[in-house]
Design a protein around this ligand. Structure first.
Ligand code: CUA
Length: 158
């Protein structure tokens, strides 16, 4: 009798967890524009610095009709190019990122940008917004060696 009661509790808790996870997923996708990162193309790591748009990292008018700007980021051990970017608050921004050496990760705090930055692959994050003026930290979130923890950049929305 007791066992049957506990079993019902466990089933209810499991069911509640699944419902909670589904709600969290829906809120993330609809409310916070979370989406899977896309592979926008391939690029040989040794050609990154001489190939557009990565030969000029930074903010440029977007080549994509759905976006106002492209934020072009190059990752290398253990820094980002550029390390400081000024963007207009509220603009619809597409991030294009790649690595010239090892696997890094790009996490832009308080935005939907969270993507692996893999040598040979162009990572794309669409519909990134900096709604509030201020400083947004961009971190490397994939362990890439001794100075991994210092690999950060700043996006200043104004
Ligand atoms: Cu780059 Cu960790």
């Amino acid at each position: 009798m007791e066992i049957a009661k506990y079993e019902r509790w466990f089933m209810m808790a499991t069911f509640a967890f699944i419902i909670g996870a589904a709600i969290a997923l829906i809120v993330s996708v609809v409310g916070h524009h979370a989406s899977l990162a896309e592979e926008a193309g391939r690029i040989a790591p040794e050609e990154v610095r001489s190939t557009a748009p990565f030969d000029e990292p930074g903010l440029h008018p977007s080549t994509d009709p759905d976006h106002d700007y492209d934020l072009v980021m190059v990752a290398q051990t253990w820094s980002w190019s550029p390390e400081e970017i000024v963007v207009p608050a509220g603009a619809n921004i597409r991030i294009l990122a790649t690595s010239v050496d090892v696997v890094h990760g790009l996490l832009l705090k308080d935005t939907n940008a969270n993507v692996m930055v893999i040598p040979g692959i162009i990572a794309e994050v669409r519909d990134v917004h900096f709604d509030e003026p201020g400083t947004y930290w961009l971190f490397c979130h994939e362990y890439c060696g001794l100075q991994h923890h210092n690999m950060a950049a700043r996006v200043i929305a104004e």
